[in-house]
Design a protein around this ligand. Structure first.
Ligand SMILES: *Cc1c(COP(=O)(O)O)cnc(C)c1O
Length: 376
């Protein structure tokens, strides 16, 4: 039996949770089809590591498998084991973090494909395959410039002289460091290095591009692309309009309404002082829910009933709550229990990220486990 998936128990938080996180599975599937169309000749895999960037690996992988995706990527072995419990062997599950010591038997037992990230891992796998006269599925990563994972170019010629025996890699891959900056010279440099490696290992599926790499052009597509963030609505072409559908909406519950007088301050550190009499709504989302304290006094939220009126976040984000200004809304418009949209179409993950000098990826993967998650 596979181990239970350690990240999220989706049954834990229900209608009584402090906030609802809507995850639009049909938007994820549409994003998948859109990417598949852009790469006509190659195939489109899906990166579902880190619980599908915080959004729910099991639900999302099921939806993508139904949409025709055959190749899934996770980071950790445990993620792969959990994923295998819902995907049969028609689907390939690649484990990007390679082959930790003494885990070969788990990869084989669960039919997982490690991405071999250095010479030692490759040697281990070669020995295993040749001892048992079986080519167990594994990919091989090459470092084309990122200095992160992968066998280095100089090691390749040594490798070629070595007899690989029965082992046939199922994938060769590399990863781009600067694909979100199309003009960066590293993109072509890494492409050329990868092409040279591919020539030495012909007849093997090859993969270079993640989300942003897909938009660099056909040369970068090879046989298989590995998008993650674009599937989840992140903009793979920063600085240009986002071609992807937005996927999440985070709606916090109002737990308290207050009037305050001119001169009163709000929250820890008294970082905001009311310039006039104001009305406030306290929302049940805080930094313990992955809603960064760095957003304090920086962004605005929205009441779905009044989508044209931005509601400024006032004072510091607390651990479990934050405050928005509802002075501009009609007097009795909102009640305790109503919802306020914190992330959504009005405030996509990328623009939120920009406000606090990070990337949409970090917003997504920080989303807490206390939300009532609703998949549609
Ligand atoms: C995370 C990751 C991806 C997916 O990247 P996105 O930018 O989210 O599309 C692809 N390949 C590798 C090796 C990764 O680590």
């Amino acid at each position: 039996m596979s181990q239970p998936y350690p990240f999220v128990d989706p049954t834990l938080f229900t209608q009584n949770a402090g906030a609802e996180l809507y995850i639009d599975l049909s938007a994820i599937v549409q994003n998948y089809h859109y990417l598949q169309k852009r790469i006509s000749s190659a195939q489109c895999g899906a990166v579902v590591k880190a619980n599908a960037y915080g959004l729910g690996m099991i639900e999302i992988a099921k939806a993508l498998a139904k949409a025709g995706c055959k190749d899934f990527f996770v980071a950790h072995l445990d993620e792969g084991i959990a994923l295998r419990s819902i995907l049969n062997q028609d689907y390939t599950i690649y484990v990007l973090h390679g082959l930790p010591p003494s885990t070969e038997s788990l990869f084989i037992k669960h039919h997982l494909t490690p991405i071999l990230n250095d010479i030692n891992q490759l040697h281990h796998w070669l020995k295993l395959c040749n001892d048992r006269n079986t080519s167990y599925s594994a990919g091989v990563q090459f470092d084309t410039g990122m200095s992160r994972f992968g066998i280095e170019e100089e090691e390749l010629s040594n490798l070629q002289q070595r007899n690989w025996g029965v082992f046939q890699p199922s994938l060769i891959m590399s990863h781009l460091a600067c694909a979100d900056t199309p003009t960066h010279p590293a993109n072509r440099q890494q492409l050329e290095r990868f092409q040279a490696i591919k020539q030495q290992i012909p007849n093997c599926r090859a993969s270079l591009a993640a989300s942003s790499g897909i938009f660099l052009g056909q040369d970068w597509h090879f046989d298989l692309v590995r998008p993650g963030v674009a599937l989840y609505g992140g903009n793979p072409t920063p600085g240009q309009p986002n071609p992807m559908q937005s996927v999440i909406s985070l709606q916090g519950t109002i737990i308290q309404l207050r009037h305050i007088s001119k001169g009163a301050f709000i929250g820890y550190g008294a970082t905001f002082t009311a310039p006039k009499d104001m009305r406030l709504a306290w929302i049940s989302i805080g930094y313990a829910d992955g809603f960064f304290r760095a957003f304090s006094n920086k962004i605005s939220a929205l009441s779905p009933q009044f989508p044209k009126i931005p509601l400024a976040l006032l004072g510091r984000v607390s651990m479990d709550s934050l405050c928005v200004d509802i002075t501009e809304l009609p007097d009795t418009a909102l009640q305790v229990g109503d919802k306020i949209e914190i992330i959504g179409d009005h405030h996509p993950i990328d623009s939120l990220a920009q406000q606090v000098d990070t990337i949409g990826y970090e917003i997504l993967t920080s989303l807490g486990n206390r939300y009532h998650r609703i998949y549609s």
